[in-house]
Design a protein around this ligand. Structure first.
Ligand SMILES: Nc1nc2c(c(=O)[nH]1)N[C@H]1C(S)=C(S)[C@@H](COP(=O)(O)O)O[C@H]1N2
Ligand SMILES: [Mo]
Length: 401
């Protein structure tokens, strides 16, 4: 991969030429029979590392290596609405269109950018937490007795990875943005999503141009490797700090518009819904604060003094404080913050020296505060789709005799 910045002309010329000839093979665009069939996920997901949730796979916190800051791609959770598509690098091109371009283009007139085009732009790397909106969902039921829909994740639909790619603002500035562009819609190349007999079309979600011009990334690499098919090969969008759904995998197109775009992924799903919420609650964006112990649920701890570790993260920036309780919330102490990413978008690793404990069952609890001043609550805000479980999780352990 080259680190040398291309000339402006290089990309523009390439894009313009490709724009005429729509280089994406028709097979990628034809809508396919949409009921997902296994295998949903292509990488190995052995039960020592993952919980199988059908089209999704959850990382087991008990399998996390405390010496490693980054989540290896092989260990990262997978969240698929249908199944991982196999896309070849040679046939691939990103399509960009819409009336928000300086020179408006319809979808059939889209500019197309190959990976080579993108890789000639200034390369950017970013370490950030990556997390599903529904992470922790099962605790709405387990801790709060609430019924919610969706994948019953414990806390394992999260990781911290180092993305490699190009800033979306560098791409949009080169293509030329209309001064009044407001919205960008990203669409994936995976099968259309069908649920309850309704075909919702390709997985897609709009986001503000302001985010596109701030820190959005078009990523082709993770932790120095090329993306695995399950994580979006050959190219995905990354909206750092935002809900996982914002980071569209297998990125097929970007529509740039002068009006607000919508999709079911910001109107029906990924908003707070239920009796407590207004009908026009906004699409979810910045992830909340959460914490996890690097232990399996029900893990056995020695009764002798030991060091326990965990991680906390927030979509809004760095973690400033972590309090832990080793006695079901009766007393709290401050954990040592051991390691975080220099860019402050990744999680913080912490540890606590645990004294000799009485044998038997107990719960560990961890509660973090971020630099935006947000502290994890003891009860998460109820919502029918089980998003944003940010409350302190009661982690069951057994202290050995
Ligand atoms: N095209 C497409 N992009 C997608 C999804 C999908 O199903 N299709 N799932 C989204 C959701 S809900 C999440 S949490 C993240 C998961 O990314 P990962 O599987 O690489 O961990 O991808 C997002 N991007
Ligand atoms: Mo998600």
């Amino acid at each position: 991969m080259t680190e040398i910045a291309p000339t402006r002309r290089g990309l523009l010329a390439g894009a313009a030429v490709a724009g005429v000839a729509a280089l994406v093979p028709a097979s990628l665009w034809r809508s396919s029979p949409a009921s997902a069939q296994p295998p949903f996920i292509l990488k190995p997901t052995p039960p020592e590392w993952f919980v199988d949730h059908g089209t999704n796979a959850e990382m087991l916190w008990g399998s996390v290596d405390r010496r490693r800051y980054l989540t290896p791609q092989s260990r990262l959770f997978v969240r698929n609405h249908t199944r991982t598509p196999t896309i070849s690098r040679t046939g691939y091109a990103l399509r960009v269109y819409g009336d928000g371009l300086a020179t408006p283009r319809t979808e059939s007139e889209a500019l197309t950018l190959t990976l080579d085009d993108l890789q000639r732009l200034p390369r950017h790397e970013l370490t950030a937490a990556h997390e599903c909106t529904g992470n922790g969902r099962r605790f709405f039921t387990e801790q709060q007795g609430e019924t919610v829909s969706g994948t019953p994740w414990a806390l394992g639909s999260v990781g911290t990875v180092r993305w490699t790619g190009v800033r979306l603002r560098d791409v949009l500035r080169r293509l030329g943005l209309a001064p009044d562009a407001v919205s960008v819609q990203a669409s994936g190349l995976d099968d259309p999503y069908v649920s309850g007999g309704i075909d919702y079309g390709r997985v897609r979600r709009p986001f503000p141009v302001a985010k596109a011009l701030d820190d959005a990334l078009l990523a082709w690499g993770m932790n120095g490797e090329e993306l695995l098919p399950d994580h979006g090969f050959p190219l995905r969008l990354v909206l750092p700090g935002w809900v996982g759904i914002a980071s569209i995998k297998w990125l097929g197109s970007l529509e740039v518009a002068r009006t607000e775009l919508t999709s079911p992924w910001n109107t029906t799903w990924y908003r707070m819904t239920g009796p407590q919420w207004p009908a026009d609650s906004p699409p979810l964006t910045v992830n909340p604060v959460r914490s996890a112990w690097e232990l399996a649920a029900g893990a056995t701890l020695p009764s002798r003094p030991t060091t326990l570790t965990g991680r906390s993260w927030s979509g809004a920036g760095r973690i400033t404080r972590v309090s832990v309780s080793l006695d079901d919330g009766r007393s709290w102490r401050t954990a040592a913050l051991d390691r975080r990413s220099q860019q402050d978008r990744g999680w913080t690793q912490w540890s606590v020296r645990c004294p000799r404990l009485r044998p038997g069952a107990r719960h560990l609890m961890a509660r973090a505060t971020d630099e935006a001043g947000r502290t994890q609550p003891l009860v998460a805000a109820a919502n029918s789709q089980g998003y944003f479980f940010d409350a302190v999780v009661r982690h069951p352990v057994q202290v050995a005799a």
